[in-house]
Design a protein around this ligand. Structure first.
Ligand code: ZN
Length: 1007
């Protein structure tokens, strides 16, 4: 029986933050070393991969040593700070001395007060304060304005147009990844080879390496050589180089990095190239965490598209659609990346040649009469002939010139493509031949002062940078993010921050399992080589199979970062396909964990034998299917000790509560190495809310886990009454209860007792909850700070007007949220034990639990909140959980971006309700000068702070209709869905500030 440690940890202290970051840095370094020359035979690939991994492990160990030294230094400096504060009398004033040492102590974590916001460049938050969001009709460019120019404007500097052919291939949406590949993608790439090779002036860009690598595996050597020739000649460019075009709202940066490394390594290994330009035309809003990773991966330039139409218009007016995107915390240009924001509504041809879609559509020659696609503006394209070429060329040039007026340089980017374009051979003909005639016409008429050609993204950016440096100008700097996206009217894309929450959580489960497995497998190989001394692996150990499992898991996680996958915006069967991939990878990784731990723990290594059918160890839970939650397996106890193995995949000492289910109400746990008994408690496993199981019991004990360690515990059946059992109190207003439990002390509150607030406490915090609902009402910290924190549940419906909520959009009715109410009062169960105590409220649509651990350190300072939600009986409803506090934060709150950085938010009354929801991938907080209330989350969800003191997360949504963004269905595949949080209240007065480092601009995350 094996138990992995709980992978979600709290981010509270700077020390931990740095330690976690360094580990990711190490992984990054390890992966970078992977970028080496490579041979084609799979077996050799794996051998090479393993030996490279070996080198990297040595490096990892080296880095670990460095890291330990760094952690020690940090600890010292924290102690020093604490001492100097105590010496200073503990007053409110922080001396400049300690502020200085604080800045020195935490490299990478900058404090908010050190940042001078907006001293250089544009802050998007300020833009939001400025904009009226009035959405007037702009004429031909509906969301913009009339653009004027003089014919002689380009007389000195001709207009330089780069027409960039592209085909947007979603790795799963209406069809599965494989479905699209078979029906469309492989034909696109096959035709690309032929059509580009025909004429050296033709170009094409490609973004999704998941598809490209699949196609590569199927083509012969001759075609592969053609690919390399086209890349070498600059006719084909691989842009971004990610496994997918990743979602930037729900994705955690670990997974963003994973999909980027998978793609970049593939490119380096098979093609020997690396990308230089980013291309993100379809993700529903954009995050600076992505631009940071792209910059770190060596990219110089990037393109984004889905930005709020009012922001686009503002930037277009200011000619700042091209800017240097800088990180909020960075006061140097170190993190800057050149970013081009597309100005119009979409990335299709009608919205890329210029401001008038009715005109631009006529230059999408795939829509020529007789072909399958048409122009909705009712004016079809015409084939370019000698007779019409002048009129057509001038019509197109007018659009190019208008578009160019929105940019500060005469270099113009014009994408040519759409979703799954260039499938048929004839589409290549009509696009390339008609445009070439127009370009030739421009060339023959120098008085027009325009040079137009097919180009790649790099062609465009090279020309842009040449122009900028010749002109001696630089682009403006911008900080902030592009959430929440609206494409028109009040259609805000904040629904997908929560859509399909079951899979948003499964995503994190795979992510955590992958990280733990990569570490344990690497340590195992390192030990094996040391053990043998000759660098060989153990013959019976399935290193090769395991390596393939790890690769497949990385790629499945990478695939799920696609902007229709983790977003929850794919069709039902496609969601099942993604879920099955995540599920299988979790199962396969568990095999790798089991055999790695088995080998590492054997004293006599010659005893090792691998048998997949009879694994030496079992996991402590079973996941039965892609859409089910894990179920604990029951461990049968005897007088002989059973071994529990716990792995700490972090490089910190961890105190974790380990939880297993056993068949006896009496058990004894000892540390196998020292024989030391562990503090433990036995709780009931509830067959029904008020009926305890008589066959299964929950054993919890406190495990002390050194960094990167496997620790063995022995569990035995103990004499009756020897283990501490939890005591239960039930409360249900109105209805008498029938309580059943033969092994636990169970009581029911009666009389005036039943109306008194329920209270739990440990040495750090005391909480009070409502006796009727069991929901939290108030917190008190050891420092004396008291805060109202009321937990509420609410329903949102959808508007009665035509455009309703769907997978992408959140379109609540004008009444907003309604407080959750139930005809029957909930059953409230209070448990009190030596390791933890909790209050569970069983409502019809959800079970909500608040747990307090009786532990030292931050585990004891925060409340663990868990919800089990089931809204399958509902129609057009969304369930949210709201924390209502008396923190005086005004309209400001903070939410994280990709678990990588915190972003300030402002709740604005001029925006509709749905516009004030933001993505929360791992945390959010509100604060005033006295206190900070943080909600750390184990999964991505929508978050808002609609009124001062509030924080609200949307738990699940069930919507019967399509929201007209192409999906063609609602979201009705809801499941029993779990969500998990830590709620942390911090006292910010005086010395407490020293104990709890600032989070504002810290580039780190709970993992
Ligand atoms: Zn897409």
């Amino acid at each position: 029986m094996m138990k992995r440690s709980r992978l979600m940890s709290l981010l509270v202290g700077g020390v931990f933050c740095v330690a976690v970051m360094s580990l990711y840095r190490m992984l990054e370094l390890m992966q970078r070393a992977e970028l080496q020359q490579h041979r084609e035979k799979p077996a050799e690939q794996v051998d090479q991969g393993l030996s490279r991994l070996q080198q990297k492990i040595d490096r990892l160990e080296h880095l670990l040593n460095d890291n330990n030294r760094m952690v020690a230094t940090l600890r010292d400096s924290l102690l020093h700070r604490k001492a100097s504060w105590e010496k200073g009398g503990g007053g409110v004033n922080v001396s400049s001395d300690s502020a200085h040492s604080r800045a020195n102590a935490l490299p990478g974590c900058r404090l908010a007060e050190e940042m001078k916001d907006g001293t250089d460049g544009v802050q998007l938050l300020d833009v939001y304060d400025l904009l009226p969001f009035d959405n007037p009709d702009g004429g031909a460019w509906k969301q913009g304005f009339e653009i004027s120019y003089h014919d002689n404007q380009w007389a000195n500097q001709p207009l330089e147009v780069f027409l960039v052919p592209h085909s947007h291939n979603d790795p799963g949406w209406l069809k599965t990844f494989d479905g699209y590949y078979q029906d469309q993608t492989r034909h696109i790439l096959d035709n690309m080879l032929v059509r580009l090779s025909e004429d050296s002036r033709r170009k094409m860009i490609w973004a999704e390496i998941s598809y490209f690598s699949k196609w590569w595996n199927e083509i012969d050597e001759q075609k592969r050589e053609m690919v390399k020739r086209l890349l070498g000649a600059g006719q084909l460019e691989l842009v971004t180089g990610g496994w997918v075009m990743a979602d930037e709202a729900n994705s955690h940066y670990f997974a963003l990095l994973d999909q980027l490394m998978e793609g970049h390594q593939w490119m380096q290994r098979h093609l020997g190239v690396r990308p230089s330009s980013g291309w993100a035309i379809d993700p529903f809003g954009h995050s600076p965490s992505m631009s940071y990773l792209l910059k770190g991966a060596g990219l110089r330039d990037m393109v984004i598209q889905r930005v709020h139409y009012a922001v686009k218009k503002h930037f277009a007016r200011q000619q700042t659609l091209e800017f240097l995107w800088r990180q909020s915390w960075d006061s140097s240009p170190r993190s800057d990346i050149t970013c081009h924001m597309m100005p119009f509504y979409s990335y299709d041809v009608p919205h890329t040649c210029g401001p008038n879609p009715a005109v631009c559509c006529q230059f999408d020659f795939h829509r020529l009469p007789g072909r399958r696609v048409m122009c909705p503006w009712k004016i079809p394209p015409q084939p370019i002939t000698e007779q019409n070429v002048q009129e057509r060329a001038l019509l197109l040039l007018d659009q190019y010139r208008q578009k160019s007026r929105l940019f500060s340089s005469p270099v113009l980017l014009v994408p040519l493509g759409d979703d799954f374009r260039f499938v048929e051979s004839s589409e290549w003909d009509v696009q390339f031949s008609n445009y070439q005639k127009l370009f030739d016409y421009f060339d023959q008429h120098p008085e027009l002062h325009v040079k137009a050609r097919f180009g790649t993204l790099s062609d465009y950016f090279l020309a842009l940078h040449q122009h900028l440096s010749a002109a001696g100008t630089t682009l403006p700097t911008l900080r902030g993010d592009f959430f929440t996206y609206a494409d028109r009217d009040d259609h805000y894309w904040s629904g997908y921050f929560t859509s399909r929450p079951f899979y948003k959580r499964l995503d994190r489960t795979l992510e955590a399992t992958l990280r733990a497995t990569e570490i344990l497998f690497s340590l195992t190989l390192a030990e094996m080589r040391r053990f043998h001394g000759d660098g060989h692996l153990v013959a019976d150990f399935p290193a090769r199979d395991h390596f393939l499992h790890l690769t497949a898991a990385r790629r499945n996680l990478a695939l799920f970062q696609h902007h229709d996958a983790v977003t929850g915006t794919a069709r039902d069967p496609v969601v099942v396909d993604y879920g099955t991939r995540l599920f299988h990878s979790i199962l396969n990784l568990r095999q790798v964990l089991q055999s790695s731990a088995h080998w590492l723990l054997l004293l006599d290594k010659s005893q090792y034998h691998h048998d997949q059918l009879k694994p030496f160890m079992q996991m402590d839970d079973v996941i039965a299917a892609q859409d089910s939650l894990p179920q604990k397996t029951t461990l049968t106890l005897t007088d002989e000790p059973r071994s529990l193995i716990v792995f700490n995949p972090t490089e910190q000492l961890r105190t974790s509560v380990v939880s297993v289910v056993i068949d006896s109400p009496d058990a004894h746990v000892v540390d196998a190495e020292t024989g030391r008994p562990m503090a433990a408690q036995i709780s009931a496993v509830w067959a029904e809310p008020s009926k305890a199981s008589t066959e299964a019991f929950q054993l919890d004990f406190v495990a002390q886990l050194p960094p990167l360690s496997l620790v063995i515990y022995h569990v035995t059946r103990a004499s009756v009454g020897s283990a501490q059992r939890v005591q239960y109190t039930f409360n249900r207003h109105g209805n008498p209860l029938t309580l059943k439990s033969e092994h636990f002390q169970v009581s029911s509150l009666e009389g005036p007792e039943a109306d008194a607030p329920l209270s739990l406490s440990n040495k750090h915090v005391q909480i009070w909850s409502s006796p009727e609902s069991g929901l939290l009402q108030k917190l008190r910290l050891q420092s004396g700070l008291v805060r109202q924190v009321q937990v509420q549940f609410l329903w949102y419906g959808t508007t009665s007007s035509r455009d309703k909520s769907g997978a992408y959009l959140f379109m609540p009715g004008p009444e907003g949220a309604q407080l959750y109410s139930s005809s029957e009062p909930p059953l409230v169960r209070v448990s009190r034990g030596p390791i933890f105590s909790d209050i569970t409220s069983c409502f019809r649509h959800f079970t909500h639990r608040v747990r307090l651990y009786h532990l030292d350190g931050h585990a004891g300072r925060s409340l663990e909140i868990s919800n089990m939600v089931d809204i399958r009986s509902e129609i057009n409803r969304e369930l949210s959980m709201r924390l209502v506090s008396n923190v005086a934060n005004g309209n400001r709150f903070y939410s994280d971006l990709n678990g990588f950085q915190m972003q300030q938010r402002r709740t604005l009354a001029k925006l509709p309700l749905q516009a004030n929801f933001y993505p929360m991938s791992s945390s959010a907080f509100v604060q005033d000068s006295v206190s900070r209330m943080s909600l750390l989350s184990a999964q991505s969800q929508a978050v808002a702070a609609l009124r001062p003191g509030e924080l609200e997360v949307v738990l699940d949504r069930r919507l019967q209709q399509d929201d007209n963004r192409g999906l063609g269905q609602g979201v009705t595949d809801n499941k029993l869905t779990a969500s998990l949080y830590q709620l942390l209240l911090e006292d910010r007065r005086g010395g407490a500030q020293l104990e709890e480092p600032q989070l504002n601009t810290c580039r780190c995350s709970p993992t």
